[in-house]
Design a protein around this ligand. Structure first.
Ligand SMILES: *Cc1c(COP(=O)(O)O)cnc(C)c1O
Length: 421
């Protein structure tokens, strides 16, 4: 059998963020279990990043598999226009109960990017429905990442490499630094004051800017963002797609700052990393802006596969596990192990910073390393770790065993130490 990536074959599969001319061929995965990925050649890798930090309970959790299997027998999918079903009703009510404040109104989509698109449209249409015109821009923070679709790209860091080329194609948004210093607080306040007549909302990744570089900020900075948005009468969108479901040590990152955003986005670990599902959740005040005798005031969005029953069943099963098993305690244990295990790297000349929050541990290099070489070194140590830019990070399953985590940390220390400054 020819390998799926034989160079003599046509590239039928176009891969994500991959230079198809030169990239090393991907590895063929055939099975997963716990924190392990089994390859076609028989190798078994310890997964350090839980498939882009989705697999919170590890792979193939029997409780999620059973829930999806049962739903598959009854009804794999049904359209959501004019119809509803118990898995979606139950999931929406459970999310509303778990989320802070009165974030009670849940709109389901299929991916994080689309959850962000819906949040942006919700904010813009909220103003239209209130009879206020001209408020179509979004204030976002530098170094953020909110997804790959058009609106989501427009609120990502405007200068990083992923989306810079699309500048002319994107709506022009307003960017500020996160308010970490007094000067940055003043600058954000001044920008909000100057631009408020054209702004629809403020969007932020609470506590951790993930795919933009695993940059963390203290809860006070998030509280400042929320306070300034409120002072200027703007809804706050919290993009918890990365941070939601225990990743930062609390079920949702917003809890650590004691804030209630007006709109909140979830995806990634929502189904425990098993199915594509996302949610945009709004407070009562936002929801009420859409209640009207005018049919055109309804929220104008509706993906074909929204609230897919299999995905909702998986998400309900994942919530069962968050309720019944000590995931937040496991996140705290991982946080302590990451802090201990990565700290020795701080003194290396090639290392600029070590950052740990909850079950996220990141090493930042002073200069971007040879990523292909780094990836090979992690593989050679039986680990699946995916550095990007100047960052190498671990976001393991919250259920990862102590031995597997120790092995990942040993690989991190060795590979980072081997990387020439
Ligand atoms: C991954 C991510 C997204 C985009 O989600 P997709 O499912 O990849 O579209 C948006 N925001 C944040 C914070 C993310 O981490």
């Amino acid at each position: 059998m020819t390998s799926p990536n034989d160079r003599s074959q046509k590239h039928h599969l176009w891969r994500p963020y991959t230079q198809m001319k030169s990239a090393a061929p991907p590895l063929e995965a055939v099975r997963t279990h716990g924190s392990r990925i089994v390859l076609a050649d028989g190798r078994e890798l310890i997964d350090g990043i839980a498939s882009w930090w989705t697999a919170a309970h590890g792979y193939n959790h029997p409780h999620i598999r059973a829930a999806v299997a049962a739903q598959l027998e009854a009804m794999p999918h049904v359209m959501f226009g004019g119809l509803t079903h118990a898995p979606a009703e139950r999931l929406a009510a459970r999310l509303a109960a778990l989320l802070p404040g009165d974030l009670d109104h849940v709109f389901f989509t299929d991916s994080g990017s689309v959850a962000v698109e819906v949040a942006l449209k919700m904010a813009v249409q909220m103003w239209i429905n209130r009879g206020v015109s001209g408020r179509t821009r979004i204030l976002s923070f530098r170094e953020g990442y909110h997804g790959d679709t058009l609106g989501a790209m427009s609120v990502c860091d405007p200068d990083e490499g992923m989306h810079r080329r699309f500048g002319a194609y994107l709506p022009a948004q307003v960017f500020c630094d996160l308010p970490r210093t007094a000067a940055q607080v003043a600058a954000l306040d001044a920008t909000l004051a100057a631009e408020r007549a054209t702004l629809a909302a403020v969007i932020v990744e609470p506590l951790v800017q993930g795919a933009g570089g695993m940059r963390m900020h203290p809860p006070e900075v998030l509280a400042t963002v929320a306070r300034l948005a409120e002072r200027h009468g703007l809804p706050l969108i919290a993009d918890e797609i990365f941070t939601g479901f225990g990743r930062t040590g609390t079920l949702f990152a917003c809890e650590q700052a004691g804030i209630v955003p007006d709109i909140l986005c979830l995806s990634k670990a929502l189904t425990g990393g098993t199915m594509a599902l996302a949610a945009t959740v709004a407070t009562g005040a936002v929801f009420e802006c859409f209640l009207s005798d005018d049919p055109a005031a309804a929220l104008m969005h509706g993906p074909t596969f929204m609230a897919n029953p299999l995905a909702c069943a998986a998400a309900n099963a994942s919530l069962d596990l968050f309720e019944g098993e000590p995931r937040l305690r496991q996140a705290a244990t991982i946080a302590a192990a990451l802090a201990d295990g990565l700290e020795p790297l701080r003194d290396l000349p090639q290392v600029a910073d070590i950052r740990v929050l909850g079950a996220i541990g990141a090493v930042q290099f002073r200069a971007p390393p040879d990523l292909a070489d780094l990836k090979r070194r992690f593989l050679a140590r039986g680990t699946w770790v995916r550095p990007f830019g100047d960052i190498v990070y671990l976001t393991p399953a919250l259920t990862i065993g102590a031995d597997d985590l120790a092995h990942l940390l040993e690989a991190m220390r060795a590979v980072v130490a081997e990387t020439a400054p």
